[in-house]
Design a binder for this molecule. Structure first.
Ligand code: PLP
Length: 400
């Protein structure tokens, strides 16, 4: 009997092994993975650099409390700070380590509240956003249907329509401690934020003394074609939250804040048993070193162009949105009786993992190390599924 809580639908397949862009199930079938554990395995599965870092750290020291030092968390924090700041002469920052994206955002919310002080605690985010499933990050998440079963949620969250600068201007009153934005809304449907809205948010935060906090949990570490999504907009945030690809599958999250903001935390204000522990931090250090060596933003930009162009040419795709290798193909709504879920199921049967991010669109976020051939194979499988759903002559190709 299955003793898992029913928080996810029954899984259609069980995976036992991965290598690069490929996964194998319990029956030995091979799949092309264009989901990457939801934008996690950016270096691909079982990357030897990460495997080696994990194996040697596991043999040396798995865990030690944050009451003591370890050899990895400070260099890892410095590596993250260097990527966030780039060659900007602006203020550097400090990092808090945790275990997930939601925890990174919890840290950001607590930081904003302490920085703002009593009476200045509201966080404004966008409708359609996703910031996590803890009670506070659930309320920051701009999807009211997800709130309903869990009311009352913690007080102090407000939402505005994405790209509506007028609404944001009206929302940021003196009770607002921070504006929290994703550069591309991932779970909300792959909706890129406009340059004007993002820059306007920065201006507004400066004028009104609020923090601009950017949730890079899904977009961070090269996925959008820059190290971080905010770097497309030419503005610097005060706080950046990170997770997912930082560990390439090892659970690790981080909250970066510029020095003056990070400095409001004192010992005892925040903490977690596992955050920055040796095993996770060693893996993340190896991931970042390999990402820098490979120059993953350039790889993501190049592969993203190929994938976006290929998607746009598929039958029944009305538009393609996103940045780099975080893309969604919008399907002509009338043409899909089963919606995107039916297409995703067809692709799975043919050996390709993609994600039904909205009822009418399919999200693709392969490892950033994906090859041109793998992109072309994935497009062929998706194209055949679409052609078949359209009643055309496409046939589902064999598994890769
Ligand atoms: N923020 C964003 C932008 C995300 O996409 C996600 C997860 O998909 C989260 C936060 C929550 O991260 P986690 O599931 O690691 O708690």
């Amino acid at each position: 009997m299955n003793r898992l809580m029913p928080t996810y639908p029954p899984p259609p397949v069980c995976f036992v092994r991965g290598k690069g862009t490929r996964l194998w199930d319990t029956e030995g079938r091979c799949y092309l993975d264009f989901v990457s554990g939801l934008a996690v395995a950016s270096l691909g599965h079982a990357h030897p650099v990460v495997t080696e870092a994990l194996a040697s750290q596991a043999a040396a020291l798995v865990h030690v409390s944050n009451l003591y030092g370890n050899e990895h968390n400070e260099p890892l924090a410095a590596a993250i700070d260097a990527l966030v700041c780039g060659d900007s002469p602006d203020e550097h920052g400090g990092v808090f380590f945790c275990n997930s994206g939601a925890e990174a955002n919890e840290c950001a919310i607590k930081l904003a509240r302490k920085f703002g002080g009593r009476g200045r605690h509201v966080v404004v985010s966008a409708y359609g956003s996703f910031h996590g499933r803890t009670l506070a990050t659930l309320h920051a998440t701009g999807q009211p249907t997800k709130h309903e079963p869990f009311q009352p949620l913690p007080e102090g969250f407000r939402h505005v329509p994405l790209d509506d600068l007028g609404a944001l201007t009206a929302a940021v009153d003196p009770t607002v401690a921070a504006v929290l934005l994703e550069p591309v809304q991932g779970e909300g449907g792959v909706n890129p934020v406009s340059v004007d809205f993002f820059r306007g948010a920065r201006r507004l935060c400066d004028e009104r003394g609020a923090l601009l906090m950017v949730d890079e949990v899904q977009t961070g570490f090269g996925r959008t074609g820059r190290w971080f999504g905010f770097q497309h907009f030419g503005v610097r945030p005060d706080v950046v939250t990170l997770a997912k690809s930082l560990g390439n599958g090892v659970p690790v999250g981080a909250c970066w804040a510029r020095d003056a903001v990070a400095a409001v935390f004192e010992p005892g204000d925040h903490g977690t048993t596992y955050g920055g522990q040796p095993l996770a931090a060693a893996a993340a250090r190896a991931v970042l070193a390999e990402m820098v060596r490979l120059d993953v933003p350039t790889l993501a930009a190049k592969a993203g162009d190929r994938l976006a162009q290929g998607l746009a040419a598929l039958p029944g795709v009305t538009s393609v949105r996103g940045r780099g290798l975080l893309l969604a193909a919008e399907l002509a709504p009338d043409a899909w009786p089963g919606g995107s879920k039916a297409i995703v199921a067809e692709c799975l049967a043919a050996g390709l993992l993609v994600n039904a991010v909205t009822p009418t669109s399919v999200r693709l976020m392969p490892p950033i190390t994906v090859t041109d051939d793998e992109i072309d194979d994935a497009l062929a499988i998706l194209g055949a599924a679409l052609a078949r759903a359209l009643g055309g002559t496409g046939t589902i190709s064999e598994q890769p």
